[in-house]
Write a protein that binds this ligand. Structure first.
Ligand code: FEO
Length: 394
């Protein structure tokens, strides 16, 4: 895609990665992604806000060439992660007068990660500004969204907020702005779940910090821009502030059908009691979908067989992830079967120190489940439905 003008003197010069399917060697990207970079031309100075993944750095340089950019004064790095900074060394080589504008913490990280010489940096404080001539850049420190060095950049005259990862979505599209709100909502929620959810309380503070800024456009560094910023601001507000919903997640593994039989029965038992259930077969599920479901769920019930005296390794992986993502969960329980013994429950319970949850009495059965086991599953379903009602989860 060619460079696009957003406002007079403000251009999108990023790269669209249609075919990327994995991020951080972990996160599925079903819809690809983009690395948005923005060029700002003032009457006196020129700035570039964020760059692109190093695999696409030639795309960025070609865009700058097409716009006839002969000089760049500032390269603003809102965030040190390489999908936004990886092209900075090449940009600095091509534009030897350019300085990298960063938070002090980001400067140290970019020296470590990209070996950029110290003299190429300008470290800015919170709320500090840089004048380009008719364009004023204000830097808003936002540490731990989602790394410790992050900041947002606000272009005062055009009322554009450049928040880098915050509010972003992994979505490859030729649309400069959101056109399909349903699609972008899903992609942005997936992005929030995978990247931002562990920093929910920090994001709460930062939503407060930016609430008095007049914002016409939010221009993140992944996915389309928001020319109706309320759409994504309201979505984030509900994800970080709202109470969890009347939803149980049931991620499970079954090796020979016993645990599956329990899962099948339990899903119905919860549904009969008015609880929404989302069931995930961990041999096949997209972990991004599981992460998204964790944004709203009040309860997780883990289904696992016992393997070598512990939980199934795929279950361990999912529980490790859930603990790291720090969702709003209130209750956790475990169901499953064993052949001759084991410590699956103790091991799983020890893996979730980040989750401030009540652990409800697990239901483990020996071999294939029987009527007595189904009765105990009914009791657990009743307990969960009652707890959700007590908390008015809807
Ligand atoms: Fe898009 Fe945290 O990098």
């Amino acid at each position: 895609m060619k460079p696009r003008e957003i406002r007079p003197g403000v251009y999108w010069v990023g790269a669209i990665d249609w075919d990327r399917r994995l991020f951080d060697a972990l996160i599925p990207l079903p819809d690809g992604t983009s690395y948005n970079s923005y060029l700002l031309k003032g009457s006196e100075k020129t700035a570039l806000i964020d760059t692109v993944d190093p695999t696409m750095q030639e795309v960025l340089l070609n865009h700058l060439g097409e716009l006839g950019v002969e000089n760049i004064d500032y390269v603003v790095a809102n965030h040190a992660e390489q999908d936004h900074t990886g092209a900075i060394p090449l940009v600095l080589e091509k534009y030897p007068g350019a300085k990298v504008v960063v938070t002090p913490r980001c400067k140290d990280m970019l020296i470590d990660l990209l070996m950029i010489p110290e003299e190429r940096f300008i470290a800015v404080g919170d709320k500090e500004t840089i004048l380009l001539g008719g364009k004023t850049l204000e830097f808003i420190h936002a540490p731990w969204v989602h790394w410790p060095e992050t900041m947002l950049t606000y272009l005062r005259e055009d009322k554009i907020l450049f928040p880098c990862d915050l509010f972003g979505s992994h979505l490859a599209t030729t649309d400069l702005y959101v056109t399909d709100e349903g699609q972008v909502y899903e992609a942005a929620k997936r992005y929030y779940a995978e990247i931002m959810m562990p920093f929910r309380t920090t994001i709460q503070k930062n939503l407060e910090k930016i609430k008095d800024y007049a914002i016409d456009i939010i221009a993140p560094s992944h996915g389309p821009m928001y020319d109706k910023p309320d759409f994504i601001l309201k979505a984030y507000h509900s994800w970080v502030f709202d109470e969890p919903k009347n939803i149980v997640l049931l991620p499970y593994i079954s090796m020979h059908g016993s645990t599956y039989k329990m899962v099948e029965y339990f899903v119905e038992a919860l549904a009969q009691r008015g609880v929404t259930v989302k069931q995930f077969d961990l041999t096949a599920t997209d972990i991004g979908k599981l992460a998204m479901a964790l944004v709203d769920a009040a309860t997780v019930v883990i289904g696992t067989p016992t393997v070598l005296a512990g939980p199934h390794p795929n279950v361990v992986n999912a529980v490790f992830l859930a603990n790291a993502l720090r969702p709003k969960l209130k209750f956790v329980s475990i169901i499953g079967s064993y052949g001759w013994g084991g410590r699956a429950v103790e091991q799983l319970a020890a893996m979730i120190p980040n989750l401030k949850v009540e652990i409800l009495e697990p239901v483990l059965c020996k071999g294939f489940p029987r009527e007595t086991d189904f009765k105990v599953l009914d009791d657990l379903a009743e307990t969960i439905a009652e707890k959700h009602r007590e908390h008015s989860f809807t």
